[in-house]
Design a protein around this ligand. Structure first.
Ligand SMILES: C[S@@+](CC[C@H](N)C(=O)[O-])C[C@H]1O[C@@H](n2cnc3c(N)ncnc32)[C@H](O)[C@@H]1O
Length: 280
């Protein structure tokens, strides 16, 4: 599996204070379960599922589409490592998915949240607007938007995160910030509803490059452009470096003639990151 070790190591570095066990898989929501294929090491996952049958039952019931793949993992040759090792390899590989449900405060405390909000205000006038934060996470961007826009909708598919954003909005007395369930390719709002749409680190390749796990950036961009009003602005702040954008499939899609997003840089925590924006 490509980058498997890098990703697990990165997650250990970020969330090393947390302890994960197989029951944490019961926290995953159906759309996250869909992302597992192509992310977790197959034989390790089979070992985990053989030892924790109830986890397999839950995953199958919550997301029936993964049933054939779960069977493949169960049929895989045992990896020859201890159960504990297999479990830990699986769980650290997908710690980024689990952490949203298990410990949103740990995600909220990551330093990458420190980025210059001018990335948004320099291309989108916010006063008096209806603004959306799509893939809102713990809501830091949504709160910033709510200080400037008239009304803000934070759209987030993970229930535990939606509650986190609601609590944050209440603590900060942001009465103009509403939190709703939805995904970038299926936003439960009418066409031409928003003046400004912002996505921070939330539009990207999900799952693997051949489409397993929900690679649907074209559908997501089409949906953003359905919901923004004519003349409105879409701003996509990515997590990848400006200088390393060219090889990324997301970059190629966004800057293609079909979508025509402008690519430039914004000041992120680790340096100049890629920003994409368009006036529709
Ligand atoms: C890396 S986090 C970024 C969160 C937040 N925007 C930030 O800057 O911290 C990605 C977020 O996108 C959400 N997400 C995952 N798949 C999504 C999808 N298909 N549509 C919308 N949001 C999605 C995740 O639940 C998570 O909250």
């Amino acid at each position: 599996m490509t980058n498997e070790h890098d990703r697990a190591a990165e997650h250990r570095e970020r969330f090393g204070d947390l302890v994960f066990d197989a029951d944490d898989l019961l926290l995953l929501e159906p759309f996250q379960i869909r992302y597992l294929e192509g992310r977790v090491p197959l034989a390790d996952f089979g070992e985990l599922l053989r030892a924790h049958r109830h986890v397999g039952r839950y995953l199958r019931r919550a997301c029936p589409a993964v049933a054939p793949w779960l069977q493949q993992t169960l049929d895989a040759e045992p990896p020859g490592a201890s159960l504990e090792e297999c479990e830990q390899r699986v769980l650290w590989e997908i710690a980024d998915l689990i952490v949203y449900n298990k410990a949103p405060h740990a995600y909220d405390a990551l330093p990458h949240h420190r980025w210059d909000f001018e990335a948004v205000t320099s291309v989108a006038a916010l006063a008096g607007t209806v603004a959306l934060d799509v893939g809102a996470g713990t809501g830091q961007t949504a709160v910033e938007l709510s200080r400037r826009a008239r009304t803000v909708f934070a759209i987030e598919p993970v229930g535990r995160l939606r509650q986190f954003v609601r609590d944050r909005a209440q603590r900060r007395k942001r009465g103009n910030l509403y939190v709703i369930d939805g995904m970038a390719h299926a936003i439960p709002l009418p066409s031409q509803f928003a003046d400004v749409i912002v996505c921070v680190r939330s539009l990207r390749n999900r799952g693997n490059a051949v489409g397993v796990g929900g690679w649907r950036l074209d559908d997501e961009v089409a949906e953003l452009e359905r919901v923004v009003r004519p003349g409105g602005t879409i701003v996509i702040c990515s997590g990848w470096l400006h200088d390393e954008a060219a090889d990324r499939p997301e970059h190629q899609t966004l800057t293609s003639p079909r979508w025509g997003y402008r690519h430039d840089a914004y000041a992120g925590y680790v340096g100049q990151l890629s920003r994409y924006h368009k006036q529709c």
